[in-house]
Design a protein around this ligand. Sequence first.
Ligand code: UDP
Length: 333
Amino acid sequence: MKIAMLNPPHRYGQDTTQWITIPPQGYGGIQWVVATLIDGLLEAGCQILLVGAPGTTPRPGLTVSDAATFDTTLAALSEFRPDVVHDHTNGQLLPAEPSWPAVRTHHLNGVPEHRANGVYLSHAQRRAAGSAEAPIIRLPVNPDRCTYREKKDDFLLFLGRVSAHKGARDAAAFAQAARLPLKLAGPAWEPDYLHGILTDYPGTAEYIGEVGGSHRTELLAAARALLVLSQPFGGPFGGEWIEPGATVVAEAAASGTPVIATDNGCLAEIAPYVGIALPVEQTPTGEEAAKILASLPAPEQLRATAVERWGHHVVVAKYLEVYRRAAAGGTWT
Ligand code: UDP
């Protein structure tokens, strides 16, 4: 099958000469999803055209386009002639009614720009988008791209955007209650928010910046637990934040690391398999935090659960079914 993958094109930091590649150099939720799906699709024998991530290294079966705009994307698609276009850009690179069968994975909150042939990441996200019948396919992880470690170090990890809706401050409060240091990793686009955490939780919270490569995988493997205390407010586009898919949950589990989450959005659906989903309004006491930490699943079990539920082969098999449906002329909202 010939599949065109449309990735949202973003420059790499302040650099105007480089794009964020697949996989990403640092932070990149959607980019990791695209990378993992490509791994699985190539293993399944598909031919892929990647658009929206110039500079990505091609490999057998994977062609990387230079296109990163709407018009150049359409030209690249005309030349490639895909069986299916898989859009991850919320319509940024694909018209409402494309000339090819298309599937659109929604990565954000609310009602998507184009609803036709949508795929959602959780029941919570699909409900908020007003869809009752579109497929739900969880975010994938490629266990071969994770480091697995049984023995953990004595720190907790936050890995993501250092923002209120991602619960970075709540992570510091949990770590303080648990009397464990917290490593905060990720882009801090709201410097005042980060400054507030470091000021209010001295001796607990340490900011280590955005991480990539082996630094990222080793942190994920070494942490006692990953904190994903997502909050239903302070989202990037205003309004309520409903955690849509949370790639970090599967990444941590595949690394043998348990997840302490809130029950916001998708987390209520996935975190209990690999840790715990706490009510958002609950800040645990020291005793409760210790109890939670003692109750978490063992590394071996976490890895097995991640592979079984969210492993790239499992998730790609679900996408191939959806691609076939779209290629055969199927439509849904
Ligand atoms: N990430 C990273 N480096 C960082 C912070 C995050 O590589 O410093 C990655 C993280 O491993 C995950 C992605 O960025 O793959 C964030 O995706 P997630 O779905 O968890 O959050 P969102 O897309 O909502 O920001």
